[in-house]
Write a protein that binds this ligand. Sequence first.
Ligand SMILES: CC[C@H](C(=O)O)C(=O)SCCNC(=O)CCNC(=O)[C@H](O)C(C)(C)COP(=O)(O)OP(=O)(O)OC[C@H]1O[C@@H](n2cnc3c(N)ncnc32)[C@H](O)[C@@H]1OP(=O)(O)O
Ligand SMILES: [Co+2]
Length: 134
Amino acid sequence: MIGRLNHVAIAVPDLEAAAKTYRDTLGAKVSPPQPEPAHGVTVVFVELPNTKIELLHPLGDASPIASFLERNPSGGMHHLCFEVEDILAARDRLKAQGARVLGDGNPKIGAHGKPVLFLHPKDFVGTLIELEQV
Ligand SMILES: CC[C@H](C(=O)O)C(=O)SCCNC(=O)CCNC(=O)[C@H](O)C(C)(C)COP(=O)(O)OP(=O)(O)OC[C@H]1O[C@@H](n2cnc3c(N)ncnc32)[C@H](O)[C@@H]1OP(=O)(O)O
Ligand SMILES: [Co+2]
């Protein structure tokens, strides 16, 4: 079911500082900040040869990552995003196996303009999983 690792997401307390670290200290190619109000975050992508790092910062007063940052004030690994060919088939198969699909269970359009879904971390060894249809 899951394919390539599309990105590893890191929630950060200071998006510009985190982008500067990846751009200047680590010498990586970094995108400008991209507000994603439907998801309650602003994202910056770090482009790597084999995957991406997604730097996340809360946007608005109902961000789903706000409490994560309260628990991890220096920032931390937030989720893994795997690619799938058919997100609805993947969703239905996962639900049939008892996995919890977050939100209303319907895909939303993510930062790459593709449908995404999230799976509860408690069902995946403490790791929040995002699926992105490619
Ligand atoms: C623009 C889209 C972009 C893209 O790539 O396209 C994105 O990736 S958007 C990313 C931001 N959106 C989301 O993360 C949506 C899905 N996330 C959620 O719905 C929440 O974050 C949720 C439900 C996973 C956790 O919310 P919250 O922390 O408020 O809930 P709790 O405090 O009740 O936590 C429950 C339980 O889960 C543990 N937890 C929370 N977040 C994580 C995490 N990222 N990784 C691992 N574990 C996590 C938390 O510690 C609690 O555990 P417990 O043992 O019960 O204390
Ligand atoms: Co993501």
